[in-house]
Design a protein around this ligand. Sequence first.
Ligand code: IPE
Ligand code: IPE
Ligand code: MG
Length: 229
Amino acid sequence: MLPRHLAIIMDGNGRWAEKRLLPRSAGHRAGFRRMLALAEHAFSCGIEYLTLYALSAENFRRPKEELDALFDLLRAYFSEQLARLKENGVRLRVIGDRTLLPEDIVRMIKQGESLTAGGTRATLVLAVAYGARQEIVSAVNRAVEQGGRQSMESFSALLDTAGIPDPDLIIRTGKEKRLSNFLLWQAAYCELYFSDKMFPAFTNRDLDRALEDFSGRKRRYGGLSGGSR
Ligand code: IPE
Ligand code: IPE
Ligand code: MG
């Protein structure tokens, strides 16, 4: 079975570049190109929801120069890819703390979300300036403002990912085996797949292998036979 919702922690751009004696920004550019191709591939395989972890809230600790290079890639993404997403029926959602981002990028995000809002074939979720703990605390504060008690369902609807099903598979490239503050609430029963390949070197074929691996897994959700929840 294919995951309905695939998420990718796109890690290893910097090390990929450093190994080639290139600046880290070159690694981010190569990762960006790989991301475009992988997203096309994932959607053509029939993935309905694809979440890409592009920038964490904690990444704002990095030097300004590297952040500026990442912001430029985001600008390029929004100015070059939106028409294509719309054409392909892909709806864009962006999760994360927008107050951390430059104003022009926030504007581009809003435009992109409204331009593609009618897409029904698939959903692309970009996690930008995203941190799961921050997301949960914001949701708690919203719940307090609303008053009353929450259920798991009503609380989920207060998160940035409201309306998006939980991820079925998270792939992390770049050799590290951790979640780095990604989808902590949503990943409660998610399958995890770790690849030693740096993100710019993670091919479409590598994605196929991860999907094959997922299709052989038994999900039990705490029960005995698995299958449904
Ligand atoms: C992932 O690559 C992209 C971002 C976090 C923005 P890294 O930049 O973390 O690359 P490494 O882990 O240093 O190789
Ligand atoms: C995780 O990568 C975040 C993204 C890929 C956007 P990091 O490189 O920031 O993670 P750590 O610092 O190694 O945990
Ligand atoms: Mg990293």
